[in-house]
Design a protein around this ligand. Structure first.
Ligand SMILES: *Cc1c(COP(=O)(O)O)cnc(C)c1O
Length: 458
């Protein structure tokens, strides 16, 4: 008999979590105005709000923290981090930042100007924010397949080369660089193939442009290339990682994802002129060049985290867990963005709560129902997150309305996945009795989902 799959680690330290009663949860939800961001974390049993900064560090990472060098300039921990990044990516210039959006802020301050167009595949919201706040345009060139949640294709995060070429042909002089997000977070943690990265590189070369990878989940992307793309099965994750970055000029990184640290980020590039451009903004915004917003101990832990998380076994354990949850949902017929992404499952709320009108926010309603059911906190990635149209001030109902269940790295076991799946099944089974959703009683003008206040529609 073939041995079953098991995690590639064992547990050395545990943190208790607490269950609650439905009555408590209903009370807490009222106090939180039906917005799960407003809950206290200890009111949550299983927290799937995000996979950002919520991972569990390894014993080697904790050990590295004790050896962190906190020197202001030229710390040994900086060089450990820089050497690891250079070894993995080939990029010789590295600037640490306090998280991913800070890397965007520092690099884009030098590169993005009013009137520019930055094509890419579903820019992450902070990336888009840092482009739009400079009065430039973030042009989405993702493949159309990404919009159909039920379509099963291996690389749903890809850039559509035809859309990209059109942008380059029409507006080459306004394009400072192309940005490719690996994996494509916004499309559901969907990977980008090596062939697609190569096609982007070829177009960039044809038009004399540079390419940045928004690399928060580059290691998960490498795992999908190894397991789904022809010709990569026998390559190591580190070989695939290097091959991916050979096709880029620079990267911005949120280390809170595939670096498996709680806080941190960086810029890396092979071009001195970009390094010089970023340096000017790092010092006033983040700090001196060899720490840029990070503690020495955090840089030391990140160096180890990057090394560990570019090993197959660690990634296989992680992706296997996400796929395990997906398989349980399949058993119950619950619709989600297919195939399962690298870091999360995105439930298609519009296909679950079919009786809740879109004006009453089905995905937010499902988020509330799942919390009420079992104290599980997911995150609406839907009509509330989409904000209002800046001109008409109408809600934007054009996109997908999803409940994201983000899985923290090395934190929960498959037993927790079973609880999540069954809790969702219980809500799914009574979906026809859920006919009303929520209405907004107060909202901020921008990024309203963090602070929005809601009430149930009776
Ligand atoms: C999280 C993330 C960012 C921003 O990083 P922070 O560390 O949260 O500032 C940028 N791009 C992608 C794809 C991300 O997932």
């Amino acid at each position: 008999m073939e041995l079953p799959f098991a995690e590639s680690w064992k547990i050395k330290m545990v943190e208790p979590i607490r269950k609650s009663t439905r009555e408590e949860r209903e009370q807490w939800l009222r106090e939180a105005h039906y917005n799960v961001f407003q809950l206290r974390a200890d009111q949550v049993y299983i927290d799937l709000l995000t996979d950002s900064g919520t991972g569990a560090m390894s014993d080697r990472q904790w050990a590295a923290m004790m050896t962190g060098d906190e020197s202001y300039a030229g710390a040994r921990s900086f060089f450990e981090l820089k050497d690891t990044i250079t070894r993995l990516t080939g990029f010789g210039f590295v600037i640490p930042t306090h998280q991913g959006r800070a890397a965007e802020n520092v690099l884009f301050s030098g590169l993005v100007h009013e009137g520019d167009i930055v094509p890419g595949n579903s820019h992450f919201d902070t990336t888009k924010g840092h482009i739009e706040s400079r009065k430039a345009i973030a042009l989405d060139c993702t493949v159309d397949e990404a919009k159909d949640t039920q379509l099963e294709v291996p690389f749903k995060g890809n850039v559509d080369p035809a859309k990209l070429e059109k942008a380059l042909a029409e507006n080459a002089d306004r394009i400072p660089f192309i940005i490719v997000t690996i994996t494509n977070n916004t499309a559901g943690g969907q990977p980008v193939s090596m062939a697609n990265l190569r096609a982007v590189r070829a177009l960039a070369d044809k038009y004399g442009k540079r390419v940045i990878f928004d690399s928060a989940r580059f290691a998960e992307n490498a795992y999908f290339i190894k397991t789904r793309e022809e010709g990569y099965a026998d390559k190591t994750i580190k070989e695939i990682t290097h091959e991916m970055f050979d096709l880029a000029d620079a990267m911005t990184m949120s280390a809170k994802k595939d670096g498996i640290v709680n806080m941190g980020g960086f810029i890396a590039t092979r071009h001195e002129d970009w390094y010089e451009a970023a340096k000017r903004f790092c010092i006033p915004f983040e700090g001196y060049l060899t720490y840029g917003g990070m503690n020495g101990r955090d840089m030391a832990a990140l160096a180890v985290g990057l090394d560990e998380n570019t090993e197959f076994d660690n990634l296989q354990t992680r992706i296997h867990q996400v796929e395990y949850l997906a398989a349980r949902l399949d058993e119950f017929g619950i619709p989600y963005q297919r195939p399962a992404g690298g870091h999360a499952i995105f439930i298609d709320a519009s296909k679950v709560l079919t009786r809740v009108p879109k004006e009453e926010f089905p995905a937010q309603t499902l988020t509330v129902e799942l919390y009420k059911e079992a104290g599980i906190r997911g995150c609406e990635i839907g009509y509330i997150l989409a904000d209002r149209d800046p001109v008409t001030r109408e809600n934007r109902f054009g996109g997908l309305d999803l409940l994201r269940l983000a899985i923290p790295r090395r934190v929960y076991t498959d037993n927790h996945m079973d609880v999540i799946a069954v809790a969702l099944k219980n809500v799914f089974d009574r979906r026809d009795s859920i006919t009303h959703g929520v209405r907004i009683t107060w909202e901020a003008e921008l990024m309203r989902h963090f602070t929005v206040q809601l009430e149930p529609v009776e």
